[in-house]
Write a protein that binds this ligand. Structure first.
Ligand code: FES
Length: 96
């Protein structure tokens, strides 16, 4: 399935919002739009710096480094922003 729609991402607690385009990861969108509040590093899923929790909304992620996100964390909506694409509007936080 190819998602061709933009979605809105709300980063809490800062309240910063940004739009993520079709096929973009959350980091790619933040970088494109100059959203400094989203923390990230390698952009390759290796450093864990972009770890976040999705509080609401649907998303999909690529393979995650289990060093940075355990199966238990994954079940609680924790993921890596550089490996995650929105399937709808999201509310996220990096305060874990
Ligand atoms: S930026 Fe390094 S794991 Fe996402």
């Amino acid at each position: 399935m190819v998602i061709k729609k933009n979605f809105l991402v709300l980063l809490e607690p800062s309240g910063v919002q940004f739009e993520v385009g079709p096929g973009e990861t959350l980091v790619e969108a933040a970088q494109r739009l100059g959203v400094d509040q989203l923390r990230f590093g390698c952009q390759l899923g290796g450093c864990g710096r972009c770890k976040l929790q999705v509080l609401t909304g649907e998303y999909q992620h690529e393979d995650l480094s289990w060093i940075h996100v355990s199966k238990e964390e994954e079940s609680k909506g924790i993921t890596l922003a550089c490996c995650t694409r929105a399937l709808g509007d999201l509310v996220i936080t990096q305060e874990l």
